[in-house]
Design a binder for this molecule. Structure first.
Ligand code: SAM
Ligand code: SF4
Length: 472
C-alpha cells in the first residue's frame, strides 16, 4: 500500500520550491500526498525562521501532534528547512516525538532518512555546517543545491514554475537569519538552469520565476567567461513556449544598468521588480548593514523608472528595528509616499538569536509601537496602490490565467463558467468571469473596476460577424 504523506510549508517561494522537490522524490519512492495530517502516516513541516512567529506556529503544530504520535507510534514526524538548520537538536529537546530534522541543504536525503526511521534506526538529524565551522569550500559543499526532480502537481499552477538560480546569501543584514540557515551565496551553472527551463516549457509551463535571495547578484564564471542575470535572461528568452520571465528578490546595490536594459528590451521579461528598501533613515539602514543610503536607493529607483517606464516596483519594510525613533519612522513613511511602490510587504522587527542585530542592539521598540507603525505604513501603501490601480479602469491588459479565484474555490464552483484569477505582465492580480478552458492562456481583459489589491475585468470579445456599414 502507498505510504501517505502530508506536507505543510511555511515561508517564502524558496520553501515552496523545496517542498515541490521533496514531494517529487517521495512520490518516486511510492508515497501519495494527502490533504490532512490525520490521514497521513508521514507528516513533514517545511519551516521558516525569518521571524519568531513562523517558528512559534511550527512548535504549536508539533505540540498538537504529540497525542497522535502516542496513539500511533509508527507515524513519522519530520521538521525540514530553515528552522531545522537553526534549532537542530533543540527540536528533539522541545518535541521528543519528532523523528527527523533535516536542513535545507540536505533535503535530497529525506527519502533515505525516512527509511532509516521506519527501520527503527531512531531519530535522524542532517544539517549543514555552521558558517564558521570550516573553510568556505567545505561550508559551500555542505549546503548542496537540490534541483533535479520536479513535481508539476506541487506547483502554484501547471503554467507557472519557480527555478532556483542561486542558493544562500552573503549580505549579512544584521536582522536576518537567512545567511546562517541557507549558507553561502552560490550561483548555479547557466546550462543547468536553461535545461530545467526547457523541460518546464516542454511540460506546458508559460511563466518562470527565477529565485535567489539576492537574485540580481547572480554571477557564474566558467572558462574565463562570466554570466550575469541579464545574460541568463537573454538565454532563457529564446525558449519556445515560455511567455513570461520574472525574478525575485533584488538587492538595491546590485540593480545594474545591463539588467534594467534587459528588462526593457526583452519582451518576455515582466516589467516587475521586487527591490526591498527595508527602511528610510540612513542611520537605521546603517545599523541594518544594508550597504546603501536612502539617496542611493532613490537614485536606483529613478534609474528603474527612467529605463523601464511603467515598471511595477515592490518593496519590503521592517518597522520597529532597534532604536527606530518617531522621526526615523516618518522618514520611512516619506520614502513609501514618494516611491509609489505597486505594493509593499511590511514586517514588525523580530529579533533573531545568532544574528549581529541581536548581539549588537537592544530590541527596544515596544510591541504596540511596532504594531501601530506597521498599520500606519500599510495604510499609506494601500492608498497609493489603490490610486495607481485606478488608471487601469477602461484599459485592456494581457492576463496569464492561473485558475479559479479563491471565491470560486470556496463556493466549490465546478461548472464550466466561473470566476478566474490571473496576473498582468506587471504582476497585478486580475479577477474576471471566464471559462475553465481559458486556464493557462494569455487573454486580453478589459478592466472595469479596481481596488488596492485587485483589478476586476471582463474578457475582450472580438467582433467576428459581418461588417455593418452605415449608409447615411
Ligand atoms: N533576500 C530577500 C531580501 O533581501 O529582501 C528576502 C529575505 S527575507 C526571507 C524576506 C523579508 O523578510 C525581508 O526583506 C525583510 O523585510 C523581512 N525580514 C527578514 N528578517 C526579519 C526580521 N528579523 N524581522 C522582521 N522581518 C524580517
Ligand atoms: Fe537576509 Fe539581507 Fe540576505 Fe536578504 S540580503 S536574505 S535580508 S541577509
Amino acid at each position: 500500500m502507498a505510504k501517505r504523506l502530508y506536507i505543510e510549508t511555511v515561508g517564502c517561494q524558496m520553501n515552496m520550491l523545496d517542498s515541490e522537490l521533496v514531494v517529487a522524490s517521495l512520490r518516486k519512492a511510492g508515497y501519495e500526498v494527502v490533504d490532512k495530517p490525520a490521514k497521513a502516516d508521514t507528516i513533514l513541516f517545511n519551516t521558516c525562521s525569518v521571524r519568531q512567529h513562523a517558528e512559534d506556529k511550527i512548535y504549536s503544530a508539533l505540540g498538537r501532534l504529540k497525542h497522535a504520535k502516542q496513539h500511533n507510534p509508527d507515524k513519522i514526524i519530520g521538521v525540514l528547512g530553515c528552522m531545522a538548520q537553526k534549532d537542530q537538536r533543540l527540536i528533539f529537546e522541545r518535541a521528543p516525538f519528532v523523528d527527523l530534522v533535516v536542513g535545507p541543504g540536505q533535503l535530497h536525503q529525506v527519502p533515505e532518512l525516512l527509511e532509516k526511521v521506519a527501520a527503527g534506526e531512531g531519530q535522524q538529524l542532517e544539517v549543514s555546517l555552521d558558517r564558521k565551522a570550516g573553510t568556505r569550500a567545505e561550508i559551500e559543499e555542505s549546503f548542496e543545491s537540490y534541483d533535479p526532480l520536479r513535481d508539476p502537481q506541487m506547483r502554484p499552477t501547471p503554467y507557472q514554475a519557480f527555478v532556483r538560480i542561486m542558493i544562500g546569501c552573503d549580505k549579512f543584514c544584521t536582522y536576518c537569519i537567512v545567511p546562517s540557515v541557507r549558507g553561502p551565496e552560490q550561483s548555479r551553472p547557466p546550462e543547468h538552469i536553461e535545461a530545467e527551463a526547457r523541460q518546464l516549457a516542454a511540460e506546458g509551463c508559460r511563466e518562470i520565476t527565477l529565485l535567489g535571495q539576492t537574485v540580481n547578484s547572480y554571477k557564474h564564471g566558467a572558462n574565463g567567461h562570466t554570466t550575469r542575470l541579464s545574460d541568463l535572461l537573454c538565454r532563457l528568452h529564446d525558449i519556445e513556449g515560455i511567455a513570461r520571465l520574472k525574478f525575485v528578490t533584488n538587492f538595491p546595490k546590485d540593480m545594474t544598468d545591463d539588467l534594467l536594459e534587459a528588462v526593457r528590451d526583452l519582451p518576455k521579461c515582466s516589467p516587475y521588480l521586487h527591490v526591498p528598501a527595508q527602511s528610510g533613515p540612513n542611520d537605521v539602514l546603517a545599523r541594518m548593514k544594508r550597504g546603501y543610503t536612502v539617496e542611493e536607493y532613490r537614485e536606483m529607483l529613478a534609474r528603474i523608472y527612467a529605463t523601464v517606464p511603467g515598471a511595477a516596483v515592490t518593496s519590503d519594510f521592517i518597522v520597529g528595528f532597534c532604536g527606530e525613533t518617531d522621526e526615523d519612522f516618518e522618514a520611512t513613511a516619506q520614502l513609501v509616499r514618494e516611491s509609489r511602490f505597486k505594493n509593499s510587504f511590511i514586517f514588525k522587527y523580530s529579533e533573531r538569536p545568532g544574528t549581529k542585530g541581536a548581539s549588537l542592539y537592544a530590541d527596544d521598540i515596544p510591541e504596540d509601537v511596532k504594531r501601530r507603525r506597521n498599520n500606519e505604513l500599510l495604510a499609506i501603501q494601500n492608498e497609493i496602490s489603490e490610486a495607481d490601480n485606478q488608471p487601469f479602469v477602461g484599459r485592456e491588459v494581457e492576463v496569464l490565467v492561473e485558475g479559479p479565484s479563491k471565491a470560486s474555490q470556496k463556493h466549490g464552483d465546478d461548472g464550466p463558467v466561473l470566476q478566474l484569477v490571473g496576473r498582468t505582465h506587471c504582476d497585478r492580480i486580475v479577477v474576471f468571469t471566464g471559462n475553465r478552458r481559458q486556464i493557462g492562456q494569455l487573454l486580453p481583459i478589459t478592466i472595469v473596476e479596481a481596488n488596492a489589491f485587485t483589478l476586476f475585468g471582463s474578457v475582450v470579445t472580438q467582433h467576428a460577424g459581418p461588417e455593418v456599414y452605415s449608409l447615411g
